[in-house]
Write a protein that binds this ligand. Structure first.
Ligand code: ADP
Ligand code: MG
Length: 285
């Protein structure tokens, strides 16, 4: 079996900021993990391609390129099958095997982990099974959160499918490039207040549906065709079962206020989060 080497496509910068490179495969299906020189990652290289189910089930026709290799996952731009009605789809593949960069922090997991004793022990021991269970927890959670929020009309990528360590969703952007994260952009000052208010309305909409993003930052807000799209929800928390939700909400809102301040938006993060929380608690939203 031949392994495609994706490593030269992986960079901290989104690929489309450089010259986009397209790989087409005729006889072989894409395989995301390349052989290491030492051969020490033999288990990794022998794993099935995490995107294979999407090819087999007819969601995608192929993988075009890496959009971004982030802390916890690599995101690929895929050519969508005609039956999906869209041209491109984004596939997010979690790093289940080495588990690098996963947020293991208990504050996000409170009220969420429903594991049996054996599974809990495997997670605690960080065994291979344990790491896989844990990665699965994060990706399942992101899938469920995207489904709930998209159904509620939130500005999040539409989720299409989740198989194993991979999640297939709407591609934010077009053939000319992926949507850029807020932190890379220069925003027109006249539009800043409106965009900030839109972001706050989104945070409140998520809260109405019992979700706090918990990692909201200019890195996880993309801009495409002048619209904001919010991404990266694996660590989202439910205020009904997580006692850290208010603190995380405040942090999310403070991150947004700090970003928009440079464009002249003056906002009191503490006051906004308390007001929002008050409305949520009273069920008056
Ligand atoms: N649906 C998408 N469409 C286009 N680009 C995306 C999409 N989802 C993620 N990306 C890109 O991939 C990067 C990493 O994805 P993200 O979900 O934020 O994972 P991480 O946990 O690695 O930060 C994002 O910063 C963004 O540039
Ligand atoms: Mg991110």
């Amino acid at each position: 079996m031949q392994y495609m080497d994706y490593t030269d496509l992986i960079d901290d910068e989104p690929v489309l900021q450089r010259t986009a490179r397209t790989r087409t495969r005729k006889s072989k299906q894409p395989t995301l993990f390349s052989k290491t020189e030492s051969g020490s990652d033999v288990h990794e290289t022998e794993q099935d391609d995490p995107l294979q189910p999407f090819l087999d089930e007819g969601w995608i026709k192929g993988v075009l390129h890496v959009v971004k290799s982030g802390k916890e996952a690599t995101v690929y731009c895929c050519e969508a099958s005609a039956s999906t009605g869209v041209e491109l789809l984004a596939a997010k593949v979690y790093r289940s095997r080495n588990n690098r960069g996963f947020k293991n922090d208990a504050i996000y997991q409170e009220g969420r982990l429903v594991l049996d004793t054996h599974e809990r022990r495997a997670v605690k021991k960080k065994s291979r099974v344990g790491r896989t269970i844990q990665a699965g927890e994060w990706i399942n959670h992101e899938w469920e959160t995207l489904r709930a929020l998209h159904a509620a009309g939130a500005a999040v990528p539409r989720p299409y499918a989740q198989r194993g360590d991979a999640l297939l969703m709407e591609y934010v952007g077009d053939r000319d490039g992926a949507g850029a994260p807020l932190y890379r952009l220069s925003i027109d000052r006249h539009k800043a207040r409106g965009l900030f208010e839109f972001a706050m309305a989104q945070v409140e909409l998520w809260l109405t549906h019992n979700r706090v993003h918990a990692d909201l930052s200019p890195y996880n807000v993309l801009v495409a065709q002048g619209r904001l799209v919010f991404i990266d929800f694996p660590q989202a928390v439910d205020p009904r079962s997580n006692s850290n939700a208010l603190a995380l909400l405040e942090r999310d809102i403070a991150n947004m206020c700090r970003y928009w301040e440079q464009y002249g938006v003056r906002a009191d993060a503490h006051r906004i989060s308390r007001t929002m929380w008050g409305r949520y608690i009273r069920g008056g939203m």
